[in-house]
Ligand binder design. Sequence first.
Ligand SMILES: [Zn+2]
Ligand SMILES: [Zn+2]
Length: 149
Amino acid sequence: MTDDTGGLLTTVRRVLAQGVDLVVWVGARLVAPLRTDDDPNAFRLSSVETHTTTIEGDTGWGHRPPATVRCPECGAEILQADANDPIDCPECAATFQPDRFTDLELLTMTCPVCRAPMQHGQRHPHTFDVPEWATCGNCQYHWEFKHFY
Ligand SMILES: [Zn+2]
Ligand SMILES: [Zn+2]
């Protein structure tokens, strides 16, 4: 009895997990009511086909847009093109491992599509020390943190 329930739950979770990465950020912006729909079939019928043609986006820290941080040693701007790159100051000898990102002052994030500066912010400032979203006002590219990979 509990086995049946667990199996169904696992299936539903798997279905949802497959759709979530593609749909969540679009859904959050365009079809918010569908996020509360528990039916996986209804979820699949949501905006994937109709709304993704003109908007690009990524999720996950590993796909984070390039970020510029302030060097704590000399104040220079350091561009970290990829979230997994070392943070290497072009002006002085300071170098930081990628996991030190949260210790540094984030100045800007750069749109990976059109190179415009992006707006960024946090949704849970007491939970995470990292930006949780970034949006390009120029080409509408949107990035969501979601997870650390
Ligand atoms: Zn420096
Ligand atoms: Zn852009």
